[in-house]
Ligand binder design. Structure first.
Ligand code: FES
Length: 319
């Protein structure tokens, strides 16, 4: 087989020169003769080496089992003593014991080498602080349709409908408001130390949008069972929840109108929006955060506050 393999290798080389390619290639059965010959010869050469090696191992090599006893890993006393003596001699010869200045500066320089690695950690970016606990939502901020930025009124929503929403500040600056939701004058805002919130831009906009993404659903008011303290978080069966799954953060919007269940497509966590966003199935272990809603003087849906708990994956959840 090995001889045959050698023959095919030689044939490969010969075919390379014998068959013409290019404008008038030599053809065999409608195929380029050069390709066929090169492929066949090389394939056969490799195959015969492989088959020959297998035959050799199976038929010619011995297959008796050989047992090798394991020896103790510990070196003999003589070897250990010799190693210690050699080490001591090395230390003596280096003079490190007699030259404390050199020794100490060497220790200092090697010790300090760890610092660059630690300092480079700073490039991972500023610490998030409490950013993970907040979104840009705030009291009196309008709930607007995602993409179009159109503010939403309760009458725009049919029972069973789900709308993807965002806070209005992604479309226009948000002015400080008085306790009734009216814009403060510049002087009043300055007096209170408040400033308009500008529309974020670039990466900031993307990050804040991802965190503040919200879904607004309308159910029959009788179907909703708010937990204690959430009785006034909805308007006639209209409730708002974070769109970010509390498992690992997929955006959710598979909405089952009849059951009021919201299904995450990533790992099938299912949340009951009529029951405070509770998890009823799947790996998420925390209810969907709910955004408290109210209506402003012009009849538009607005937030009562930011989300009252962190949105998204619950890895930072306390307790
Ligand atoms: S991200 Fe929603 S179930 Fe995993």
């Amino acid at each position: 087989m090995f001889v045959l393999s050698a023959v095919f290798t030689v044939l490969f080389c010969v075919s390379y020169f014998v068959f013409s390619i290019g404008e008038n290639p030599t053809m065999v059965l409608g195929l380029g003769a050069s390709n066929v010959a090169l492929g066949t010869c090389l394939g056969m050469a490799l195959l015969l080496i492989g088959v020959g090696a297998i035959q050799w191992a199976r038929k010619l090599m011995g297959d008796e089992e050989i047992v090798e006893m394991r020896h103790p890993a510990r070196s003999s006393d003589e070897d250990r003593a010799e190693a210690v003596a050699s080490f001591t001699e090395g230390v003596d010869q280096s003079g490190i014991g007699r030259r404390p200045l050199i020794r100490n500066t060497l220790l200092l320089s090697t010790g300090l080498l760890g610092l660059p690695a630690i300092i480079a950690l700073r490039d991972l970016g500023p610490l998030p602080g409490d950013k993970l606990y907040h979104t840009v939502w705030q009291r009196w901020m309008r709930v607007v349709q995602d993409v179009t930025g159109v503010p939403i009124k309760p009458e725009d929503l049919q029972v069973g409908q789900l709308v993807n929403a965002q806070p209005s500040v992604f479309y226009r600056p948000f002015n400080p408001k008085d306790s009734d939701g009216n814009d403060l004058t510049a002087a009043q805002a300055e007096e209170r130390g408040e400033e308009p919130v500008e529309v974020p831009e670039g990466v900031d906009l993307q990050q804040e949008k991802a965190k503040a993404a919200t879904i607004v659903v309308r159910m029959e008011p009788s179907a909703v069972t708010p937990s204690k303290g959430r009785e006034d978080w909805g308007i006639d069966g209209i409730l708002a929840y974070s769109k970010i799954c509390t498992h690992v953060g997929c955006p959710i919007s598979l909405w089952e109108q009849q059951t009021h269940h919201l299904l995450c497509p990533c790992h099938q966590s299912t949340f009951d929006l009529a029951d405070n966003g509770k998890v009823i199935f799947g790996p998420a272990n925390r209810a969907l955060p709910q955004l408290p809603l109210m209506v402003d003087s012009e009849g538009y849906l607005v937030a009562q506050s930011d989300y009252t708990e962190p949105v998204g994956p619950s890895f930072w959840e306390r307790g």
